[in-house]
Design a protein around this ligand. Structure first.
Ligand code: NAD
Length: 474
């Protein structure tokens, strides 16, 4: 019997007559039912958020900080229950799910330490000019299915700290851990400050178009991001968009092959490749291409694909059927075009559970779909390059600009190359590392604005300049 979950509106856990089923991607069994909210529930949540905003926006930041820290502690204290639930709805192995839950607590707890201090623009004999930061108001948060809890907290923590209130919509594929989180944290802040409602994709445009929501913070695909920008333009809502990516990893000829093989593998295959900042195109210098590609394939053979709740699983299923079919289609396209596989390449959509074998392609052409598109699955193309100039051009030849990485013993050379990459983040000798103190955001069609760091927090505020003419009335 699937468990029934409730939504959080105005400090109360509520049910709706209509519900949605949530499926475990490891076996396609229905494991939960959640409310299917429509316009009425959204209106109630927005009205609660608006009421709460009046006092929360005036609450001293120290109190808001303590509330965010209390939420972070609740997540960490309940991490075991939350990560098991997360694996059952999202598919990622227990170890990675635990990492997401504890990571969400760590990021929120540290974001809570950020300051929103005033800045003095001018303090002269005649004038005092000061910029203060005021919260934008009611925020609509919309998140995807690959890191549901991390992404929810990525929106909730800065909204709360800045003095905003929020109505958050999880993905219909992965709402369970977020709704359990809602129940756990609901008394850590005044009613209406955080509201979490679930529904089909159609609830998204209702949020974007809601006249009493002031800002949208969205993480998801570039295609949906464009619709959000269009919807938000009606009343010029503020927007932050964290969108898709096609990150290039560039491996220079001096890289340590043994060390890099394992790291590159996980930079592509953690969460079954369903990571916005996964390495999705790996460019290896021709001098070490054969050795490194063989080492990656060898390492990959020791990794088990299976149910994430089982011990020993390294790569879980794809999260949902639609994405599973898309990844299978990309693999089929590679087969149809006669590209060479170092590993994998066989898919079997008939079984139960959305499993794709670890698949590694050997030097497909630059215009192959698996290279040009965001695969968002456990399929990695390895490509050969000769010169830095050539690889930079290939890496930058993308509509996306989320992140990238360079792998080399010569870190100065790595940094020089990194500075020429057209992405919001570039790592040298690591990947997928985000900091609560550094802005994370995409260039080009990977997004708009930033999350985390001071810059991320400021996105939840307007600058207000107060200027006093000291002489006028003297
Ligand atoms: P998606 O765009 O399909 O859905 C994301 C969310 O938007 C879901 O909650 C969905 O219900 C909602 N939605 C769908 N249509 C909508 C509409 N018209 N208006 C408003 N909301 C709508 O994305 P997904 O498939 O859930 O997630 C995968 C994508 O997310 C990938 O492209 C990935 O790269 C990207 N992503 C980006 C980041 C980042 O930080 N840049 C992080 C994680 C995932």
């Amino acid at each position: 019997m699937p468990t029934a979950y409730k939504n959080l509106i105005d400090g109360e856990m509520i049910e709706t007559a209509d519900t949605l089923d949530v499926v475990n991607p490891a076996n396609e069994e229905v494991i939960g039912v959640v409310p299917a909210c429509g316009r009425d529930e959204l209106d109630r949540a927005v009205a609660a958020a608006r009421r709460a905003f009046r006092t929360w926006s005036k609450t001293p930041i120290e109190e808001r900080r303590q509330a965010v820290q209390a939420v972070a502690k609740i997540i960490s204290d309940n991490h075991e229950e939350l990560y098991r639930l997360l694996t059952s709805e999202q598919g990622k192995p227990h170890g990675q799910a635990k990492g997401e839950i504890l990571g969400a607590a760590y990021m929120a707890g540290n974001q809570a330490t950020l300051e929103l201090e005033d800045e003095i623009n001018e303090d002269s004999d005649t004038r005092l000019s000061r910029t203060r930061r005021v919260p934008v108001g009611v925020v609509g948060g919309i998140v995807p299915w690959n890191f549901p809890v991390m992404m929810a907290m990525q929106k909730i923590a800065p909204a709360m700290l800045s003095g905003c209130t929020i109505v958050l919509k999880p993905s219909p594929f992965t709402p369970l851990a977020t709704l359990r989180l809602a129940e756990l944290i609901k008394d850590a802040m005044p009613a209406g400050v955080v509201n979490i409602i679930t529904g089909e994709d159609a609830l998204g445009p209702m949020i974007t178009g809601h006249p009493d929501i002031d800002k949208i913070t969205f993480t998801g695909s570039t295609a949906t991001g464009k619709k959000i920008m269009e919807g938000a333009s009606a009343d010029l809502k503020r927007i932050t968009l964290e969108l898709g990516g096609n990150d290039a990893a560039i491996v220079l000829p001096d890289a340590d092959v043994e060390k890099v093989a394992e790291k590159l593998f996980w930079s592509s295959f953690s969460n079954a490749g369903q990571v916005c900042i996964a390495s999705k195109r790996i460019y290896i210098h021709e001098d070490i291409y054969d050795e490194l590609s063989a080492a990656i394939a060898e390492y990959a053979k020791g990794v088990t694909v299976g149910d994430g709740s089982q011990q020993g699983t390294g790569v879980g299923p794809i999260q949902n059927r639609k994405q599973f079919e898309r990844v299978c289609e990309l693999i089929q396209d590679a087969r149809d075009n006669g590209y060479k596989f170092l590993l994998g390449g066989d898919t079997d959509p008939s079984g139960s559970g959305y499993y794709v074998p670890i698949t590694i392609l050997d030097n497909p052409p630059e215009d192959a779909r698996i290279v040009a598109e965001e695969q968002f699955g456990p399929v990695m193309p390895l490509m050969k390059f000769s010169t830095e100039e050539e690889v930079l051009e290939r890496a930058n030849n993308s509509e996306y600009g989320l992140a990238g990485s360079v792998w080399t013993r010569d870190t100065d050379r790595g940094v020089k190359l990194a500075e020429q990459m057209e992405t919001g983040t570039v790592w040298i000798n690591e990947s997928q590392h985000l900091s609560p103190f550094a802005p994370f955001g995409g260039h080009k069609q990977s997004g708009f604005g930033a999350e985390y760091g001071k810059e991320g927090l400021l996105e939840f505020t307007y600058p207000q300049v107060i200027t006093v003419n000291k002489k006028a009335m003297a």
